[in-house]
Ligand binder design. Sequence first.
Ligand code: UDX
Length: 450
Amino acid sequence: MTFIGTGYLGATYAICYAELGYEVIGFDVDVDKIEKLGKGEVPFHEPGLDEMLRRNLAAGRLRFTTSYQETADFGDVHFICVGTPQRASGLGADLTYVEASVSNLAQHLSRKALIVGKSTVPVGTAEWVEQLVAKHARPELAVEVAWSPEFLQEGFAVDDVMRPNRIVVATKTEWSNSLLHAAHKGVFDLAATEDREVPVVSTDFATAELVKVAANSFLATKISFINAMAEVCEVAGGDITQLARALGYDPRIGNRFLQSGVGFGGGCLPKDIRAFQARAQELGAGEALRFLHEVDLINLRRRQRVLNLAAGLLGRKFGPAGPDLSGARIAVLGATFKPNSDDVRDAPALAVAGMLSRAGASVHVYDPQGMENAKRALPEVEYAKSMVEAVTDADLVCVLTEWAEFRNADPVALGEVAANKLIVDGRNCLDATAWKSAGWTLRALGRPTV
Ligand code: UDX
């Protein structure tokens, strides 16, 4: 089998499926990425993946290429894993990479094959992919299309691929259905050895495409719901962490994705809820998803709230353009959109660092894994080599990604190097009592002052 597009999704799948015992090729047009992967280097941070890559390269089950011909000749099943970023203009998804990869692959096929979409796409894309295949593949090959979305989370990607909590498949013929089942056999076999079952939902193209964006919309809504409650707690004097805990005990609600803080980011949730709205609008169902606009707004307001908390703690005045932080030195701890990742795409931490800097502060960012990506995405701030270096001489510290290194930081030691013992806990991840006893003034989102 082949995985077309070796970004986060495709590389992880290619490596994990080789680990499951399949013969795999990973394809990408990016020569640099392919060279790295071929040498055993994963171009992003994902626990457990490096070793697995090297093991499977050595075993000869996995290789990487930039050749469509080699890819087409090798596989019977081709998974399309290319990116579908937000369009430069507007909220919708940019399908340029899907179009290029499907058309090129189809042109190079010389035997019947199955092209399976995995990328997150607007509903209706699978039918369009079928038309692309019909246009570019030789008709006598009767190449088929199927859809099977993925649900992997960064930081847990290996487990999410090898041990998915469900598999969704949309196929149109018995041939494609049995081929796709065979392509998942490794996952079913692993589950059987661990006495688990992987539920399979077999459905139509539209439903398969919608499952993915519906799932991400639900998760984003859950986070914005708790962050909206945090806004109310802030004016009413409530404590969002206790409120969330009490809500989470109700099994109908559940305690996951109820962590209030500076909000969601990353390469999926923000762009998916926007693309979903744009697609619903095109289909005439815009009203049904109007709430997702509100989910987005609540999420973005949390970033502004950190800026305002910072200004309040520093006793700064608010002008018409927002607070003036000139002359203040601020340590921002965290740059990635969540811990155990080096991904800074749409990261709330980095967005806030930019806002603080634009308000005039001298911003010193530190992140355990995301420094390289952060420097490229936000070159206008300073980067420290360690947490202590970032905090040294800081007038204020903002913790914006809940890395264990920050959660377990020693407030006494940091208090000795900081200029002021002022801290904003943007993820509700710090032990407020410990920081308070070390003499810090801590403000957390959605909680009373401590
Ligand atoms: C998400 C989906 O979870 C995954 O199923 C899908 O395949 C891709 O998108 P991922 O982007 O890796 O995965 O991140 P996720 O763990 O969902 O977190 C998204 C954002 O929400 C992060 O910025 C995180 O900090 C934030 N978040 C998450 C909260 O603010 N509170 C929570 O309670 C949970």
